[in-house]
Design a protein around this ligand. Structure first.
Ligand SMILES: [Zn+2]
Length: 237
């Protein structure tokens, strides 16, 4: 069970941690800043450093345990359980993922309909919505998104218990992602004011600290993917 540094400090790029398990070409640490692939956001890449040797981290993914994060290495030879390593994430890519991820919260706040899927990339992302045809158009959505971005709304967090979340089903927006319960507490992400948030939902992903940091964006495509399914694609402008 790893302490997830990115839940407390999304901006921490490097950290010191102890190896607790090695399996094939993957290692688990007692704490990590590496985000593990989930919710449509790719896991972080980077490296682990022991003595003067750098071990490339090709990705990070979840394990059987709810709090497991496996760091996928090219090669684990020379590493042992109990070794103290320095980890460093590829910040350029992670920061783009943070900007995109926060942007998708804004997009969900503007589009009526349930989210049925999502894929975050460093340059392009997409969200699938269960919605009526012609319920959204590229130009209006682009304008509305850039307005919310330029207003520079704060992003803040609050922890609630599993029971509090399960008694508030309206908090869970996405059909494809199960509510992140099981560890006893859930993190809510809020964009905007406490009294009248633009978006409020449980999320264990990585976000920027305010919407201005996202930068100017553009909706490039709205596709029909089945009778009620619309896929909306967005890029940094
Ligand atoms: Zn999120």
């Amino acid at each position: 069970m790893a302490q997830k540094i990115f839940l407390e400090n999304t901006y921490q790029k490097s950290f010191e941690a102890r190896i607790v398990e090695i399996r094939d070409e993957a290692v688990q640490l007692d704490k990590t800043a590496f985000y593990a692939t989930s919710g449509g956001q790719p896991g972080d890449t980077g490296f682990l450093k022991l003595a003067n040797k750098n071990y490339s981290v090709l990705g990070a993914k979840k394990g059987e345990g709810l709090e497991d994060v496996w760091h996928m290495l090219e090669d684990t030879s020379g590493l042992s359980v109990e070794d103290l390593v320095v980890g460093e994430i590829d910040w350029d890519v992670r920061h783009k993922h943070m900007r995109m991820h926060t942007l998708l919260h804004l997009l969900c706040s503007l589009v009526e309909g349930e989210v049925t899927g999502c894929q975050i990339g460093a340059d392009k992302s997409r969200v699938d919505f269960n919605m009526e045809a012609d319920a959204a158009n590229k130009e209006d959505l682009t304008t509305s998104l850039n307005k919310l971005i330029s207003e520079d709304h704060p992003v803040s967090y609050e922890w609630i218990t599993d029971e509090e979340l399960l008694s508030n089903p309206s908090l869970v927006r996405s059909m494809s992602v199960k509510p992140p319960v099981g560890t006893g507490r859930v993190r809510l992400v809020r964009i905007g004011d406490k009294d009248k948030p633009i978006d409020l939902q449980p999320c264990g992903g990585t976000h920027v600290k305010s919407t201005g940091e996202i930068g100017i964006v553009e909706i490039v495509k709205i596709e029909n993917k089945g009778k009620q399914n619309r896929r909306i694609s967005v890029v940094f402008a």
